[in-house]
Design a protein around this ligand. Structure first.
Ligand SMILES: [Mg+2]
Length: 128
């Protein structure tokens, strides 16, 4: 089970890699949406954790590409942002996000959300 991680903040990216690896997933981490899209187009992934605010290609734009891709449209996507504004979350869900977390978040909550996405959307993973 491979999780795509995309965040332009190097410290957050390293933190996400650590949390998600420790939760038992393979991680492929990228610094912006464009690099992530280039990777995804070739390698694919099972789930994605996307920062919203990024240079080159932001999280919502990458999510839009994922949702219009024949191959990737069913992929569970969790968005991350430092903005806790309601309108950003609504925009995220309207673009096709499955879940949303605002920074800072707890490692345990992120891991639990990923397990839930895996179970609900992919129909696999450990039963609670
Ligand atoms: Mg960012």
């Amino acid at each position: 089970m491979k999780v795509l991680v995309v965040d332009d903040d190097e410290i957050f990216r390293a933190l996400l890699r650590e949390i998600i690896s420790e939760a038992g997933y393979e991680v492929s981490a990228h610094a912006n949406g464009q690099l992530a899209w280039e990777y995804l187009s070739v390698e694919g992934a099972d789930m994605a954790v996307l920062d919203v605010n990024m240079p080159e290609l932001d999280g919502l734009s990458l999510l839009r590409k994922i949702r219009t891709s024949e191959r990737l449209r069913g992929m569970p996507v969790l968005l991350l942002t430092i903005k806790a504004f309601v309108e950003d979350q609504v925009a995220g869900y309207e673009t096709g996000a499955d879940d949303y977390l605002t920074k800072p978040f707890s490692a345990e909550v992120l891991a639990a959300r990923l397990k839930t996405l895996e179970r609900r959307i992919l129909g696999r993973g450990t039963a609670p």
